[in-house]
Design a protein around this ligand. Sequence first.
Ligand code: NAD
Length: 277
Amino acid sequence: MQLITNETASTEFGPRRDLRGKSAIVTGSTSGIGLGIAKALAASGSNVMLNGFAERDTIERTLDEFSATYGVRMVYSAADMSKPEDINRMVGEARNAFGNIDVLVNNAGIQHVEPVETFPIEKWNAILAIDLSAAFHAARAVIPEMKERKWGRIINIASAHALVASPYKSAYVAAKHGISGLTKTIALETAEFGITVNAICPGYVLTPLVEKQIPETAKARGLTEEQVVRDVLLHAQPTRRFVTTEEIGALTVFLCTSSARSITGASIPVEGGWTAQ
Ligand code: NAD
């Protein structure tokens, strides 16, 4: 049995540049939460591979800005997270660019809001592929080298919907509950190898994903968009405010530090008290 890893405990909390020399892949990081996580990792000294869809110019600007501001290596993969072969290619590209992959953040995700009886089958399949299966394929591809080097961090961006359900989000809630189970399973399989695997469960963060579901939810529930924001989204969160991408980025960085090495298999709510109710 392996009792000692090559990682020592640190009593420091949240030091800047704590992740110098590490390299991370953040899927779905051209926008919203993933972009916030990529920025927080880069600010902590980690090289970062961005991924996701956006205009080439926008991606180039982000790569240049983060590498100039934080002095880290930034690269981009256009891999489509609905395609297992693309995911394997992305991991290969990161390995070629950085040598090692220390941190994998499975963040890419999509949403669709509609009653189950009319929920389009292609939307169900796409949400399961991108929000759940992609995390399996990416973890599967990076774990052998993490095990070999006895250090690794896998962080799955789940949702409060990994812990509780809401109506009209059958595929999303199923995928996010699935991510929580996948997180626990991989955490158990890798616990003796210096690897931690956790899920972060954000409440509502005002990103393009949420902006898009406001009119969909208004239609599904027969409400105005203002009513959806006040009476559905923020009503779920006792703090009555949106969670920020900076808050999710900060927790991601903390989970990557040695201070967090005993946190594994957890689904950590960052949702303003939503699931405490
Ligand atoms: P977003 O729409 O702003 O960003 C999604 C990112 O995923 C983008 O970079 C997009 O290009 C990328 N993406 C989408 N499909 C892809 C594909 N097939 N291949 C590669 N990249 C793809 O959304 P967000 O709100 O930042 O969501 C990010 C994650 O956080 C998702 O997993 C989402 O479920 C989760 N989440 C969001 C909220 C919220 O309130 N915004 C709450 C809880 C959890």
